[in-house]
Unconditional design. Structure first.
Length: 454
């Protein structure tokens, strides 16, 4: 868990006050607020973050209820009506989850104290120009015409499996659901295929999928986070995918349409661009808070379990929150071996701490109560309620005591022109792509490994 940071806002970011105004929160005393001008070619800071999902009018809108929910929905979630979930419905079959001990470390020394975040060379290019490239709809042109060298190095870094001669030019990027084959020697264009290339025999073996653990060779493209183990005095360097393109797999929506119509949406669904922490995590326990999963298999839980295990991380405790799915429908989708570590809650989530009820939790407070600074804590936030999500993220960003180490969040913004057509209009916020970058950059500058989810 992370509990402190003295890093100022990144150069070129909007001020914290403008985001807080948009989300209806306030700046805590002693927090730094950037007054740096925007990079050349970007929108002025004064015009950034003017609105998050119409949130500024919430307090004066008589039809606006707590967190954007109707009062009847909140009553049902809290068990105040006949349809409210009972505690018995939430229990996992044969659950063996133990009570959480959130006592602080006896030594007072952290195993993972944040030191600094360093944007890669490639990320710095996008931080300075994403406003222009996004507004002018030039993202694909920039990647294919001006940044091929960066993209090739990035794809090579993401390879999880390699092949021996005579096919050693190929590698596989495996996200647990899909395999993307990449010809590492074709530097003239991007030879990417969603199935085994015809030139490689079906019985030709590939190495098992391995964790993506970038080295200094990839520092031009991979950003990094530096931590200190105060107990051993060891410096820990963790690489993370850069904030580039439209905050998804960089080439998604830019690649030619595949010949196989079944593959037409795979680039947008592909998660192989995410880089979890390295196999050795300095934490007492690994705890996952998941939201929005109606099924273990289809909504991200399977991916997180599989890929984090590939990185040597198994979760000791998982709490999953969803407002629509009954536990009886959820549990059959969960592999038997994972059931003992999971607790399922059918509830709505509060967007502000003062709204919280026992069955209407404010997740940042719940996490703080149930974890310690030396736990490794992951939050996946994907409930498709932009106001609730933005307020939760803003609270976490401004909380100097948060124990959250990793956030996986899908941020729907209208300015993400490549992804916007795929999203329900009700889930998006009136922000440009640069402003979406701001959220993730501020979280990373705070010491939280923030990933843009698909």
């Amino acid at each position: 868990g992370q509990s402190d940071s003295t890093n100022a806002e990144p150069i070129g970011t909007t001020s914290s006050s403008s985001i807080q105004q948009a989300t209806g929160t306030s700046v805590n005393a002693g927090q730094s607020v950037s007054t740096n001008a925007e990079p050349s070619g970007t929108t002025p800071a004064s015009s950034i973050q003017q609105s998050v999902d119409g949130d500024q009018s919430a307090s004066t809108n008589p039809d606006f209820k707590l967190s954007g929910y109707s009062s009847s929905a909140i009553q049902q979630a809290a068990g105040m009506t006949k349809g409210g979930p009972s505690s018995k419905e939430q229990e996992a079959p044969e659950s063996k989850v133990q009570a959480v001990n959130n006592e602080p470390s006896a030594s007072g020394k952290k195993k993972r104290k944040f030191v600094e975040y360093q944007s890669s060379e490639w990320e710095m290019l996008w931080l300075g120009k994403v406003y222009d490239w996004g507004n002018k709809r030039q993202i694909c042109d920039v990647l294919f015409k001006d940044q091929q060298e960066y993209v090739h190095l990035y794809l090579k870094m993401l390879c999880t499996s390699s092949l021996q001669a005579p096919h050693s030019n190929w590698c596989v990027i495996d996200d647990g659901d899909y395999q993307l084959w990449y010809d590492t020697e074709n530097r003239q264009n991007f030879d990417l295929q969603w199935e085994r290339p015809s030139s490689i025999p079906a019985d030709f073996l590939i190495s098992p999928a391995a964790a993506v653990t970038p080295s200094a060779e990839f520092e031009r493209v991979a950003s990094k986070m530096v931590f200190l183990d105060e107990q051993t005095k060891e410096t820990i360097v963790e690489y993370i995918e850069p904030l580039v393109s439209h905050l998804r797999f960089p080439l998604s929506k830019c690649l030619p349409k595949p010949r196989n119509p079944e593959h037409k949406d795979l680039d947008a669904q592909f998660k192989g661009f995410l880089i979890p922490p390295p196999p050795v995590v300095h934490g007492d326990r690994a705890v996952l808070y998941d939201t929005g999963s109606a099924s273990f298999k289809t909504d991200g839980l399977k991916y997180i379990f599989d890929i984090w295990q590939r990185h040597g991380i198994s979760f000791d405790l998982v709490r999953t929150y969803d407002e629509n799915t009954l536990p009886d429908a959820f549990w059959p989708t969960v592999p038997q071996e994972y059931i003992p570590s999971i607790q399922k809650m059918k509830v709505l989530l509060a967007s502000l701490p003062e709204e919280a009820l026992p069955s209407f939790p404010f997740l940042p407070a719940t996490i703080q109560e149930e974890t310690t600074e030396n736990d490794y804590v992951v939050l996946k936030l994907d409930i498709d309620r932009s106001l609730v999500e933005s307020r939760i993220i803003e609270f976490i960003t401004n909380d100097p005591t948060t124990n959250i180490d990793e956030i996986i969040w899908e941020h729907h913004v209208t300015g993400n022109y490549l992804m916007y057509p795929d999203w329900p209009q009700s889930t998006t916020t009136e922000l440009n792509l640069r402003q979406s970058y701001e959220y993730f950059l501020r979280l990373r500058k705070k010491g939280i490994r923030a990933h843009s989810w698909i």
